[in-house]
Write a protein of this length. Structure first.
Lengths: 124, 448
């Protein structure tokens, strides 16, 4: 799975790493139970500080995308749960922004469908 | 033409075909790159790009021919120091093929912008997620035996009773050998700490390209370590024989060049086989970080050493202080080469001065002065002809013999012009000296 970082954006790097991993999980590049690289290895690969990757992993764990496994280290969490309040609020806000900007419902649905249908290598 | 000229010129000339081969090979498609510029598949087949590459190759061939011709006069110069000065200045002109490459790289980048061949990953850092488990790598145990072997000559320098002049030569060689085998052990793990060689989302290709680089880099470090240990031991076993020392130096240099070229071109061949004619759009595009396609500079990248774009070597990140420092030192060393030539010219052409100063015979030439107290002299003789002598350590040029020499089975300190007899032979209880100079005959009479 390829990770894309853009240092010219205002989005913090840890957030970009977090987003890339979420995209990877959504596209199926990272499957539930799959081991993630150690923090140091990922930081070395990306050429960023260890603390930056640590922060991204911590955030992903807090959000439930990753979990710590005593033997395997950090793994992708298997999530088949209902929509959380936090996610619902974020989706509702995104939909409200789209509606306020005059984006037709069909287009919003097409984007959502596109995300759900995206396969490995198509994220980003 | 003297054989010494041939050796000096040959040792320096060998760099040119290497540069030519590497730059020429960079003008052919490999890993989505042509002339170190990332191009999409249709652009790599574009006639304008092909013409640009062909033009670069023609210019490079012409440039290398001119540089070859420019070195030929050095073969016929009668003075060794001038041969060195000429060859060292010539060495500076080896930047010209790189200048041609940088120019072609700039032209291709401009064409890429103009034709809209920018790739999706341009301006971004795109890296393959590393594996969760560390990759299997050759055990470091393979690097320990050469390190231990190269410690032996170093111990011998301190423990055995060596001739002082040879001790310096052996000491320098043994320490350099130990440093090289030590560095191989230290730098080898860096091979596994670099980014994976990703071009796009094809993980199988990424794994294959990464294996190619790691395998060849490992092979190089291992060869370098064992070759250096062998060289150190061989020099140690010369037991002070200068001829064998020179032979082993040449053998070691040739073996090291062969090892690096063989692994470099093996890596390039494999990379080309794996990626030639690829139709998938490149996702990794780091063109903006490679100045002239040769020097890496990315302030956001924490790495000081990064993988070369092609082949298997490493490059320095010029945005890092250590990278800047190392590049500065490399450039300073290159620029200092002609100064070394100037120093040799001064050595060879400075006049010999021989005289008596406050009851001491003083022989002075360039930056060296030998002093022999008259009270210590046991024998003074004037030699009309110089007996056969071979150098142990020091300078041996057409018009200057200076340093430690072996003469008729005896060690002697020389400071003379072999073409300008007579010579003054002085013997003390501990040492023998042979000095030359205009005042040799008068001084011999005075001392006798």
């Amino acid at each position: 799975m390829l990770l894309h970082l853009d240092f010219s954006l205002d989005t913090p790097i840890y957030q970009q790493i977090r987003n890339e991993i979420v995209w990877g999980i959504a596209a199926g590049s990272l499957t539930p139970g799959q081991q993630l690289p150690p923090i140091r290895a990922l930081a070395e690969t990306l050429g960023v500080n260890v603390m930056t990757v640590n922060k991204a992993y911590a955030l992903l764990k807090q959000e439930g995308y990753l979990k710590a496994d005593r033997r395997a280290g950090t793994v992708v969490a298997g999530r088949a749960g209902p929509l959380t309040d936090e996610l619902r609020a974020a989706l509702e806000l995104a939909a409200a922004q789209a509606r306020a900007s005059g984006v037709p419902l069909e287009e919003v649905l097409a984007v959502c469908r596109g995300v759900y249908e995206k396969k490995e290598g198509g994220q980003g | 033409m003297h054989w010494v000229n041939l050796i000096i010129v040959g040792c320096l000339y060998i760099g040119l075909p290497m540069v030519w081969g590497m730059l020429r090979s960079a003008s052919r498609e490999r890993s989505n790159l042509i002339l170190s510029v990332t191009l999409p598949p249709q652009a790599r087949q574009d006639p304008e790009v092909q013409e640009l590459c062909a033009r670069f190759r023609r210019r490079l061939d012409r440039m290398c021919l001119v540089l070859t011709a420019a070195l030929v006069p050095a073969l016929f110069l009668p003075w060794m120091s001038l041969v060195c000065l000429y060859s060292f200045v010539w060495l500076l002109f080896l930047v010209l093929p790189y200048w041609l490459f940088g120019r072609a790289n700039g032209e291709l980048k401009a064409l890429k912008r103009c034709r809209g061949w920018q790739t999706a990953g341009a301006g971004q850092t795109v890296a393959e997620m590393p594996p969760a488990r560390p990759p299997r790598q050759l055990s470091r145990a393979w690097f320990w035996p050469p390190l231990v072997l190269s410690v032996l000559p170093v111990l011998s320098v301190f423990l055995d009773d060596w001739d002082p002049a040879w001790q310096v030569v052996l000491g320098a060689t043994a320490f350099t050998g130990l440093l090289m085998t030590g560095l191989s052990l230290v730098f080898y793990p860096l091979v596994y700490r670099q980014r994976l060689d990703a071009l796009d989302g094809d993980t199988t290709l990424t794994a294959a390209l990464t294996r190619v680089r790691r395998y060849n880099w490992t092979k190089f470090w291992l060869l370098c370590s064992w070759l250096t240990a062998g060289y150190s031991l061989a020099v140690w076993l010369c037991w002070g024989n200068m001829a064998w020392y020179i032979i082993w130096n040449i053998v070691y240099a040739l073996a090291l060049i062969w090892a690096s070229l063989q692994t470099e071109f093996a890596a390039r061949r494999a990379q080309r086989r794996l990626t030639e004619g690829r139709t998938r759009l490149p996702e990794v595009d780091e063109d903006d970080r490679w100045i002239w396609g040769l020097f890496y500079c990315d302030p956001h990248d924490g790495h000081t050493f990064v993988n070369q774009r092609i082949g298997m070597g490493m490059s320095m990140n010029l945005a890092k202080p250590l990278g800047k420092g190392m590049m500065g030192v490399s450039l300073a060393l290159l620029a200092a080469m002609p100064l070394l030539g100037v120093w040799l010219v001064v050595e060879e052409f400075s006049p010999l001065r021989l005289g008596l100063q406050s009851q001491t015979v003083a022989a002075q030439q360039a930056f060296t002065t030998y002093r022999v107290p008259v009270a210590e002299l046991e024998e003074v003789r004037l030699l009309e002809e110089l007996p056969p002598a071979s150098r142990i350590a020091g300078t041996s040029m057409g018009h200057l013999l200076k340093g430690s020499f072996s003469m008729e089975g005896e060690k002697a300190t020389f400071c003379l012009d072999p073409q300008d007899p007579p010579f003054l032979l002085l013997k003390t209880e501990e040492k023998t000296y042979v000095f030359g100079g205009d005042a040799a005959r008068d001084l011999a009479g005075e001392l006798e």
